[in-house]
Design a protein around this ligand. Structure first.
Ligand SMILES: Nc1ncnc2c1ncn2[C@@H]1O[C@H](COP(=O)(O)OP(=O)(O)OP(=O)(O)O)[C@@H](O)[C@H]1O
Ligand SMILES: [Mg+2]
Length: 243
């Protein structure tokens, strides 16, 4: 069995005194795409927030590649190899791209600290993942369409070649035609770049097609964990309804 990239153990978390997650256990192994599903307000984003120190942890542990990172602040967790593409819009009012910079400048900004030849290699990598971005390289990010901006947001996460990429509803609000393209790109990120992925999605059927394992979170508790293939729509609907 592959090594664990992320282990969340008996996690209790929330914001201030507000309790959102209760005893959550979740693992992402090297090379896996793990899908996290659940109704609105279940706590999916809070779980990702807790991993990077953006939510308060009341109990339990977060372990990254064997190292305890519970409660570490976002910049430290990211330095340790986690990329987090937040849901957009999110509760923190954080934009996921730099609007006043061009696509190319955004990519450069996200790669500060990397050697120059590595920067160009990474930029080529994301251009081949999302060819549209190459055409748009000189456009300011604030003028991009929703889908284009999301391509850029994911690309920014990839610049430092993370060990774990966490994507929160990357296909929300996209045209159906584009949704397929995104799922393909996500699979490529795992297959070609070897990056393990934790994917939160509303588009359950498509996510389960590319996912290895899945978790279902309902009102802050894990109600299913197992093979993605074994989770059909009927089972999922009954879990969402509290079955
Ligand atoms: N920054 C925050 N401060 C306080 N409460 C928050 C914050 N973010 C989320 N919450 C609350 O935590 C609960 C879980 O929200 P969360 O965003 O984790 O759900 P979710 O499963 O991601 O939902 P969605 O599918 O709508 O994105 C909700 O009741 C929400 O109101
Ligand atoms: Mg969310």
């Amino acid at each position: 069995m592959s090594a664990e990239v992320l282990r969340v153990e008996k996690l209790d978390a929330g914001y201030g005194k507000f309790h959102v997650l209760f005893g959550v256990d979740l693992v992402v192994r090297q090379g896996e795409i793990v899908v996290l599903l659940g109704p609105n307000g279940a706590g999916k984003s809070t779980l990702l927030n807790a991993v990077v120190g953006m939510a308060d942890v009341f109990g339990g542990r977060v372990v990254l590649s064997g190292r305890d990172i519970t409660g570490k602040p976002p910049h430290e967790v990211m330095k340790m190899g986690v990329a987090y593409v937040m849901q957009s819009p999110n509760n923190f009012g954080t934009p996921n791209v730099f609007g006043e910079l061009t696509v190319y400048e955004n990519l450069l900004a996200a790669s500060i600290g990397l050697p120059r030849d590595e920067v160009s290699r990474r930029i080529e990598e994301v251009y081949s993942l999302f060819p549209k971005l190459r055409e748009l390289r000189d456009r300011k990010a604030k003028f991009l369409s929703g889908g284009e901006r999301q391509m850029l947001a994911i690309s920014l996460g990839l610049m430092k070649k993370p060990t774990l990429l966490m994507l929160d509803e990357p296909t929300a609000g996209l045209a159906p035609k584009l949704v397929g393209e995104f799922f393909h790109a996500i699979k490529e990120i795992r297959d070609k770049l070897g990056i393990s992925i934790l994917l939160v999605e509303q588009n359950a059927r498509k996510a389960l097609e590319i996912g290895d394992r899945a978790y279902v979170l309902v009102t802050g508790r894990i109600k299913y964990s197992g093979a993605a293939k074994e989770l059909d729509e009927e089972k999922l609907a009954s879990l969402f309804l509290g079955g």
